[in-house]
Design a protein around this ligand. Structure first.
Ligand code: GLY
Length: 262
C-alpha cells in the first residue's frame, strides 16, 4: 500500500492568480484517490478539469496557431510502461481522453486527421474548440501527476501548443522523455518552451538524475533548469516520487498545487 498524492500545474507563464484554478483540479484528483480510485482515473479527470477551464492553454482555452486554427496535443504515461499520446488534433476539447484510450492499444500515438478519425470511430466528443488569441505570457500547458494507494503512478499533460506556432508544429507535450516521463516510483512533467524542452530531453534527464543520485526532487529539477535552460526561456517542471508531496519549480511564474493523503 502507498500514500496517495497528486501534483498539478497550470503552465509556465500565467500569473500566480491561476493557482486557485489548479487547486480545483487537484481536489478532483484527491477525491478519486482518497476513495481508492486509480492514479490513471485521477490524472485523467484532473486534466479534463484543466482542459475545460478557459484560463489555461489546453483544451477549451488553447491558443490559436498562426493560421487561426486550434490544434491540441496530450499525453499520458503510467509507471508500468504504458503510453498514449495525440498530436495536433482539431475539434477535440479533451484530447487527454483519447491519449488515455491508447493506453489499451498496441499503438502509442496518433496525429492529426487520423487521430480524429480514430476518436470518431470510438465516439469521443467532436466539437469545435473555442480557443483564444495568443498573448505573450500565457501559460502553455497543463500537467497532472498522481500516485494511488497501490503506489501506482500516472502522468497526464495537455496543451494547445506554445503561442505563435504554425499548424503542424509539434511541441514537447506528446513527445516521450521531453514533456513527460514516468517510471516505477517517480514521474516528471514539463511546461514552457517546447523546442528547448525537447532538444534537451528534459523530463527524462531530470528523472534519471533523481534516480541515479542522492539529490532531492527539488535539487534534480533545479539541476535540469540550470544545466540545460537559458534563464530567458520560460520552463517549469513538476515531479512526484514514491514518498512525500510533489515538487514544482520554474524559472518563471507557474501555478502549481500538490496534495497528499493519509
Ligand atoms: N510546452 C508546450 C508546447 O511547447 O507546445
Amino acid at each position: 500500500m502507498g500514500i496517495p498524492a497528486v501534483i498539478a500545474h497550470g503552465g509556465a507563464g500565467p500569473g500566480p492568480e491561476r493557482g486557485e484554478n489548479v487547486k480545483i483540479a487537484v481536489r478532483v484528483a484527491s477525491k478519486i484517490l482518497e476513495s481508492g480510485g486509480s492514479a490513471i482515473d485521477a490524472a485523467i479527470e484532473a486534466c479534463v478539469v484543466l482542459e475545460d477551464d478557459p484560463a489555461f492553454n489546453a483544451g477549451t482555452g488553447s491558443v490559436y496557431r498562426t493560421d487561426g486554427s486550434v490544434l491540441v496535443d496530450a499525453s499520458i504515461q503510467t509507471c508500468d510502461g504504458r503510453l498514449g499520446f495525440v498530436i495536433a488534433m482539431s475539434n477535440t476539447p479533451n484530447p487527454i481522453r483519447i491519449a488515455a484510450a491508447l493506453l489499451h492499444e498496441e499503438i502509442n500515438g496518433l496525429a492529426g486527421k487520423g487521430a480524429r478519425e480514430w476518436a470518431d470511430k470510438r465516439g469521443f466528443r467532436n466539437s469545435e474548440v473555442e480557443g483564444r488569441t495568443p498573448l505573450e505570457g500565457i501559460g502553455d500547458t497543463v500537467g497532472v501527476i498522481t500516485r494511488d494507494k497501490n503506489g501506482f503512478f500516472a502522468c497526464a499533460t495537455s496543451t494547445g501548443g506554445c503561442s505563435f506556432r504554425p499548424p503542424g508544429r509539434v511541441g514537447d507535450v506528446p513527445l516521450p522523455g521531453s514533456g513527460f516521463w514516468t517510471e516505477k516510483g517517480i514521474a516528471v512533467a514539463a511546461t514552457g518552451n517546447g523546442e528547448v524542452i525537447t532538444k534537451n530531453l528534459l523530463s527524462y534527464r531530470i528523472l534519471n538524475k533523481f534516480s541515479n543520485s542522492s539529490d532531492s526532487l527539488e535539487d534534480s529539477i533545479s539541476w535540469g533548469l540550470n544545466e540545460f535552460i537559458d534563464d530567458s526561456i520560460s520552463v517549469g517542471l513538476i515531479s512526484l516520487s514514491d514518498t512525500g508531496k510533489g515538487v514544482g519549480l520554474a524559472n518563471t511564474d507557474m501555478p502549481w498545487s500538490t496534495w497528499i493523503g493519509n
